[in-house]
Design a protein around this ligand. Structure first.
Ligand code: NAD
Ligand code: LMR
Length: 323
């Protein structure tokens, strides 16, 4: 084992936390070279449940798991952490949009942004999962005055995986045959799952499906998948979200298998307003996240991208007092 990695998980007793922690502790996120030191943050009413989770982690006798600290104090949870997975936040119920959670969840990310800034490793990598993920990430990064904006990301890989799976099913291909698809914008019902550069077995995706399927079935299906899951099972996605968070961090720390999608703090790429937390086509290598810069976007794509950018501007304007 070469190194111990300290990982904070917030909302550790919640359903995503439960689906994520055992996989992290087994080495699925960072590989067998990294010992794992877990810092688990919860609110006081969830501490009994968290104690149960810690007992179960102990009972797995994971060879890589060196230490587990449950706490209600963000300063303790984030002390010297290399990775922070910010999951803890209220999930939406049926009939809600994710942005309806801004008021309930926004303040969490003010406190946690400051606590990361004051306590985390100077190289910390932060992933925001709690909804509305992009704007919560915007709040966190703006409150983390001593950290750089490229240390903060929000999760849209789940949407990327959903889009890949839908296209693979439609074209009777394997998910690994799908390349270069991308999710643009907000993790919300305005996100734009883009197929203009996507290929299946090397063939342009848009030569394999009709424009009607693309606009009337595929895009709404990916945009509404989270809501469909809530309607079907009564609670929001958990195992697939945990899986996406693990992939996001593994790709960021190592490399991505080709193009993926992540929300990052925009530097104005593709004309998007700088500072917004926006999902782009991404490639990761050498521990870095790079936006793929040479996508050709037709009028349809540009319109969709403007729509989701506009929603992020409105969300930002609604929480300006937290920045
Ligand atoms: P959950 O209700 O099962 O768990 C959330 C946990 O967070 C609870 O245990 C709660 O006690 C804890 N928590 C609340 N406030 C906290 C705080 N200030 N500090 C630490 N912990 C706190 O919810 P879940 O299903 O695990 O979902 C968590 C969040 O992730 C929700 O906001 C959900 O909408 C979001 N989510 C995002 C994506 C994505 O793709 N970005 C996917 C799925 C879910
Ligand atoms: C999802 O996409 O599954 C999550 O963001 C949960 C939700 O509220 O849809």
């Amino acid at each position: 084992m070469s190194k111990t990695t300290r990982i904070a998980v917030t909302g550790a007793a919640g359903q995503i936390g439960y689906a994520m922690l055992f996989r992290i502790a087994s080495g699925e996120m960072l590989g067998a070279q990294h010992g794992i030191d877990l810092r688990l943050l919860e609110i006081p009413p969830a501490m009994d449940a968290l104690r149960g989770v810690v007992m179960e982690l102990e009972d797995c006798a994971f060879p890589l798991l060196e230490n587990v600290v449950p706490t209600t104090d963000p300063n303790e949870a984030f002390a010297d952490v290399d990775i922070a997975l910010l999951v803890g936040a209220r999930p939406r119920g049926a009939g809600m949009e994710r942005k309806d959670l801004l008021e309930a969840n926004g303040a969490i990310f003010t406190t946690q942004g400051k606590a990361l800034s004051d306590n985390a490793s100077r190289d910390v990598r932060v992933l925001v999962v709690g909804n509305p993920a992009n704007t919560n990430c915007l709040i966190a990064v703006n409150n983390a005055k001593t950290l750089a904006s490229n240390q903060f990301t929000a999760m849209t890989i789940l949407d990327h995986h959903r889009a890949v799976a839908q296209l693979a099913q439609k074209t009777r291909a394997h998910v690994q045959d799908v390349r270069n698809l991308a999710i643009w914008g907000n993790h919300s019902s305005t996100m734009f799952p883009e197929l203009h550069s996507a290929t299946v077995k090397g063939i342009d995706a848009l030569d394999l499906v009709t424009m009607n399927w693309y606009t009337d079935e595929f895009i709404p299906c990916v945009q509404q998948r989270g809501a469909q899951i809530i309607q079907a099972k009564g609670t929001s996605s958990a195992a697939s979200a945990a899986n996406a968070a693990i992939d996001h961090m593994r790709y960021w720390c190592t490399e991505s298998p080709g193009t993926t999608s992540m929300s990052i703090v925009s530097q104005g790429e593709y004309g998007i307003e700088s500072g917004l937390v926006f999902s782009y086509p991404i490639v990761c290598h050498g521990g870095q996240i790079d936006v793929i810069q040479d996508r050709v976007l037709d009028d349809f794509a540009q319109q969709r991208i403007k729509l989701t950018e506009q929603e992020l501007i409105e969300e930002r304007d609604a929480i300006r007092h937290l920045l």
